[in-house]
Design a protein around this ligand. Structure first.
Ligand SMILES: Cc1cc2nc3c(=O)[nH]c(=O)nc-3n(C[C@H](O)[C@H](O)[C@H](O)COP(=O)(O)OP(=O)(O)OC[C@H]3O[C@@H](n4cnc5c(N)ncnc54)[C@H](O)[C@@H]3O)c2cc1C
Length: 361
């Protein structure tokens, strides 16, 4: 493992190119204090880099070796037919808890799994995304230790929430945590696990870091200033405090607290997509223990179980009757959409990468 590139190189090749995801992995992994700071959605240099190399190693955009990472996480690389990454099992599921169903995005599976793990003493807490108490719909990383909080912060905010920053603050090496995040965050986490494993090979890699990871399917995220303020608040005249829920099903659907639904065509929200997301080739959080998405389903979540640990957690939730499951063959449309969106993202990212290589020549 080459650990030679410092933050200066990362800043030039990733942050400066507009490819930085803003995940914050470099900030929390730096082995020195006060070298990299997280501000305005990205890492910034505030001290002299000592070139520990951790920042570039954990970055999900910097020289990530997909097959090497697959071997580390799954013990094998994906098969040719695994278009959306290594997969052990697939279900379409929903929570059996009415409180969760009231607040969740799709079937409430993410929240149901975390709640089951809290109840069963599998974890002490979970890193999720909360909401800034004074700025409506602005997500923020959140460390939750109880069901009241996980239910309150269920649902999707379509703007970026750097959940890894909460991990940096709330974990010791041996904390028992679950982590919910976007595909880029899950990739960074796995790179972090890998680097820790290289330093401490005596530790069981599945024990010392996280109990389990939940990855969210993700086409892209949007800028808060663009989508929430410019489009929805200023152009459409909707007070953000009046929005109950935002979902993407064919278009962007705003469910208002007065019961009305407003639909925004996707082509009207696309201009506010984060440019950095164009570099991403991972739709379905291909390195998570369990990956979840809505893929056009009505109040159910599509669940891809990828690891043995993910299977154990998911099965435990089924056994405890926390999840109502259906076989995936009843949902061919969602399955095909997952394949299509995965392939689209892979080929779009390849094109961007090629343009970048040509521009550098
Ligand atoms: C930016 C973004 C884009 C997405 N795009 C797609 C898509 O194109 N297609 C698709 O099928 N699914 C997409 N999803 C996933 C989908 O919206 C649901 O999160 C998923 O189906 C799980 O639903 P659930 O009801 O099981 O989760 P819930 O039980 O409602 O739990 C959702 C969890 O996500 C966390 N969360 C909320 N917002 C964020 C955020 N911004 N970043 C990180 N964590 C967050 C919450 O804290 C909560 O723990 C996207 C999610 C995000 C965050």
């Amino acid at each position: 493992m080459g650990l030679i590139s410092g933050f200066e190189d990362l800043e030039k090749r990733i942050v400066g190119q507009g490819a930085c995801t803003g995940c914050g992995a470099c900030v929390i992994s730096c082995q020195y204090k006060d070298i990299i700071e997280y501000s305005e959605g990205k890492p910034n240099s505030v001290g002299e880099c000592q070139i520990c190399g951790f920042c570039s190693h954990v970055c999900p955009r910097y020289a990530l070796q997909r097959t090497e990472l697959e071997r580390f996480v799954f013990g094998r690389v994906r098969k040719r037919e695994e278009d959306f990454g290594v997969c052990r099992d697939i279900y379409v599921a929903k929570s059996t808890d009415n409180e969760v169903l009231k607040h969740c995005q799709d079937g409430g599976v993410a929240t149901a799994l975390i709640n089951m793990a809290l109840d069963s003493d599998i974890i002490d807490g979970a890193i999720i995304s909360g909401v800034n108490p004074s700025i409506p719909w602005l997500p923020m990383p959140f460390f939750s230790t109880n069901k009241h909080e996980t239910v309150r912060y269920a649902g999707t905010r379509y703007t970026y929430s750097p959940n890894l920053l909460a991990l940096g603050k709330n974990t010791g090496e041996f904390a028992r945590l679950a982590f919910v995040g976007t595909p880029c965050q899950i990739r960074a986490l796995r790179q972090m696990e890998k680097i820790l494993y290289c330093i401490r090979p005596d530790l069981d890699k599945k024990i010392y870091f996280l109990a389990f990871t939940i990855g969210l399917f993700c086409s892209e995220s949007f800028t808060y200033e663009g989508l929430m303020q410019k489009k929805i608040q200023n152009e459409m005249g909707i007070d953000l405090n009046d929005i109950e829920k935002i979902n993407i099903k064919g278009g962007m659907l705003l469910t208002l607290k007065n019961g009305k639904t407003v639909k925004i065509p996707l082509k009207e929200v696309r201009p506010y997509a984060e440019e950095k997301c164009a570099y991403c080739d991972d739709f379905s959080a291909e390195f998570a223990d369990i990956s979840l998405g809505g893929v056009g389903l009505d109040r159910r979540t599509f669940a891809v179980i990828r690891t043995e640990q993910g299977e154990k957690i998911f099965n435990q939730a089924i056994q405890q009757k926390k999840l109502d499951i259906k076989p995936v063959n009843e949902f061919a449309r969602a399955y095909n959409l997952l394949i299509r969106l995965s392939k689209n993202k892979q080929s779009n990212a390849r094109k961007i990468e090629e343009q970048y290589i040509i521009a550098k020549k």
